[in-house]
Structure formats: structure tokens, C-alpha cells
Design a binder for this molecule. Structure first.
Ligand SMILES: Nc1ncnc2c1ncn2[C@@H]1O[C@H](COP(=O)(O)OP(=O)(O)OP(=O)(O)O)[C@@H](O)[C@H]1O
Length: 270
């Protein structure tokens, strides 16, 4: 279990709190969305989890131990982070070397290292790009390379910052099915996103940050079930949810397939 306990954070000693008394815990195999208005502190919260920022107050704990003082490189043994612009975290000449960098730093060598790298590249479907320069790849592929780098280090948590912004439908679908595959292996995926379609259709849980605090922590269904709840935090309601609300009985429709099923059921009864 990875936890933020009563964490407050400000970027400068005299600055305002970006987060105030923020607590959240992340269990195994969850797909958790972190959302909220622009500038609400989503990226900051994940940077604290990964060790790129230290809490001004409160602690970060992992499996019951206070890891607040551990830096990001120490935490990379269990947590991976994919930046909004993944090319900023790539500095090796080939995809294979990029993916090998982390596990090599962890002490893997020889066949063990080669196997970890090959398996990770295959898991995210970048094996064919193994000899290419990572920074020349499309952003979606770079994201998968960054995920492979994390998988090769045998992580338990993966944080993705706005992975679907600017992606086409196919790349989104590919990423979502990859996140689901990781989740089935027990890896917890934490997704910073403004994409409410993904929140409703794919996430098991959603955290909303508003006014420096955790405003909501629960299922997407509960967030979107009643009109006005998500909207008060500036969140867009997915089309399928809005359409479902307009049907008799206002069924909750997490995606367009659910909406069509609900519609057909009603139609069949008429
Ligand atoms: N390095 C920094 N120094 C000072 N202030 C910062 C720094 N990084 C972010 N901030 C401020 O902290 C606040 C929270 O930023 P953060 O990037 O965490 O928000 P966010 O919810 O991820 O935003 P977005 O949805 O726009 O990506 C913003 O007001 C931002 O301007």
C-alpha cells in the first residue's frame, strides 16, 4: 500500500499551499484517475508520490514505512512515472538501451537483464522499435517505451501524467488495454487526466482535487450518478452519462455501449 498521510505542500517556504492535509491510499491493482481543474495540483500530488517533491508537512508511506525522505531514484524500485512529455525522460540512443537503463542501475546484468528488457518491450509492443532513437518516435510510442522502462524494473505502481491528451482514438485504445493488462498483473495504475470518458469507462476509482484538498474519492459511477456533482468541480460529464441521464429511469451509462444497451432495453419494452 502506498499512502499520502495528511500531506501539505508548497513550492516555496512562504508560498501558498498547493495541497492541504491531503490523504489518499493506493492499493494493489487499482486503476485510479486523478482529476480536477487546471492547476489544482494533480501533477504536484503525483510528483510527491514518486519522490520528485517532498511534502512540506505529512508523510508518504509504502508498506507501512515512512519513505518521505527517499528520493525518486530510491522509489523507482517500486514506482514508475511517465511524464506528460515522455521524450524529456529519454536520453539513451536506442529504445533497447533506454529500457535497459533502469534495471541495469538496479544491478541486473547478462541474461537476466536481456530477458527483463525483451519481455518489457514485448509487453508494450515496442520490440520492433528496439534499435530506434526514442526521441524520434511518436509520442504514443514514447509513452509505451517509458512504460516498458518501468515494467523492466518490476514496479508495483505506475503513474501516467495526461497520457491520452492529443492522442488519436487508436493510440488511446491501445494505451487503455495496456493499462488494463498491467492492472491484471496487480500493478496499480494512477492516471492524471482530464479525459472523463476514460474515467467513466475504465477507471475503478477517481480522486478529484479542488481548492487544494481531496474533494472526492470514490467510484466514477458515484461521481457522475447525480447531476451537478462532477460539474461543481469543473468536470465535463461524458456523453454516454449525459445521454443515460436523459433516458427514463436515468440509467448510469459508463460508455456508449452501455448507453446503447440501456436504450435497446427500453425500446424492446415499448
Ligand atoms: N515548480 C513550480 N514552482 C512553483 N509553482 C508551481 C510549480 N509547478 C507547479 N506550480 C503551481 O502549482 C499549482 C499546481 O500545479 P500542477 O501542475 O500540480 O496542477 P495540475 O492540476 O497538474 O494542472 P494541469 O491540469 O494544468 O496540468 C499551479 O498553480 C502551478 O502554477
Amino acid at each position: 500500500m502506498l499512502e499520502l498521510q495528511n500531506v501539505s505542500f508548497r513550492y516555496t517556504p512562504r508560498g501558498n499551499n498547493i495541497l492541504s492535509h491531503f490523504s489518499a491510499s493506493f492499493g494493489e491493482g487499482e486503476l485510479v484517475a486523478v482529476t480536477g481543474r487546471n492547476g489544482s495540483g494533480k501533477t504536484t500530488m503525483t510528483r510527491i508520490l514518486v519522490g520528485l517533491e517532498k511534502p512540506s508537512e505529512g508523510i508518504v508511506s509504502y508498506e507501512g514505512n515512512d519513505i518521505s525522505a527517499e528520493d525518486a531514484s530510491a522509489r523507482s524500485r517500486f514506482i514508475g512515472y511517465v511524464f506528460q512529455q515522455p521524450d524529456r525522460q529519454m536520453f539513451m540512443p536506442t529504445v533497447r538501451e533506454e529500457v535497459a537503463f533502469g534495471p541495469r542501475m538496479q544491478g541486473l546484468t547478462g541474461k537476466e537483464l536481456d530477458d527483463a528488457v525483451e519481455n518489457a518491450m514485448r509487453a508494450v509492443d515496442v520490440a520492433e522499435e528496439a534499435d530506434r532513437y526514442p526521441r524520434s518516435l511518436p509520442r504514443g510510442t514514447q509513452q509505451r517505451v517509458a512504460i516498458a522502462s518501468a515494467i523492466a524494473m518490476n514496479i508495483r505502481y505506475l503513474i501516467l501524467d495526461e497520457p491520452t491528451s492529443g492522442q488519436d482514438g487508436n493510440e488511446k485504445k491501445r494505451l487503455i488495454s495496456l493499462m488494463n493488462a498491467l492492472r491484471k498483473q496487480g500493478i496499480t495504475v494512477i492516471l492524471v487526466t482530464h479525459d472523463m470518458d476514460i474515467v467513466a469507462s475504465d477507471c475503478s476509482r477517481v480522486i478529484v482535487i479542488a481548492d487544494h484538498e481531496k474533494a472526492y474519492d470514490g467510484t466514477p459511477e458515484n461521481l457522475f450518478a447525480s447531476e451537478g456533482k462532477a460539474e461543481q468541480w469543473g468536470l465535463a460529464v461524458p456523453s454516454s452519462v449525459a445521454l443515460g441521464r436523459a433516458l427514463p429511469g436515468s440509467p448510469y451509462c459508463k460508455d456508449m455501449v452501455s448507453f446503447c444497451n440501456a436504450y435497446m432495453k427500453l425500446h424492446g419494452r415499448e
